[in-house]
Design a protein around this ligand. Sequence first.
Ligand SMILES: Cc1cc2nc3c(=O)[nH]c(=O)nc-3n(C[C@H](O)[C@H](O)[C@H](O)COP(=O)(O)O)c2cc1C
Length: 141
Amino acid sequence: MATLPPSEPRFAPLFEPLRLGPYTLSHRVVMAPLTRMRATVPGNAPNALNAQYYGQRATPGGLIIAEASQVLATGQGMPATPGIHSREQVEGWKGVVDAIHARADACSCSCGTWGASRTRRTSRAGRCRSRRRRSRRRATR
Ligand SMILES: Cc1cc2nc3c(=O)[nH]c(=O)nc-3n(C[C@H](O)[C@H](O)[C@H](O)COP(=O)(O)O)c2cc1C
């Protein structure tokens, strides 16, 4: 049976530091945003369960990108997703960040206040962009 040649590393090593804007990560295992629909209803504020979920996944020097979080009440894509437009929700997120930092060192951070797709579609800028795109498409037909 033929033996395979020793393989060359094809990817950047996972466990080496990475400079990412203002952050220096200790490793490159980044948690992707995942909608979990666990916020408290009514109000859509992150709660102890959200804090536990993110805290469990925190690692020293790691990066967690939090789930899509609506930036206005009408921008909610799914039920029970956490928002970040009310005082109650901001307080809830503080609990999440505290839980992450309790497990990890100061390099860990949680970011991601993204509109769900519906928010993007209804935002003024989004509408302008898609109108422009549509008229460009028509012009090229
Ligand atoms: C159940 C589920 C929930 C997700 N929620 C979000 C989300 O809230 N925001 C987002 O930007 N991406 C979300 N994603 C996309 C994931 O981040 C994406 O699948 C992951 O980065 C892996 O990329 P890939 O699907 O292109 O391989 C979600 C994916 C799944 C399967």
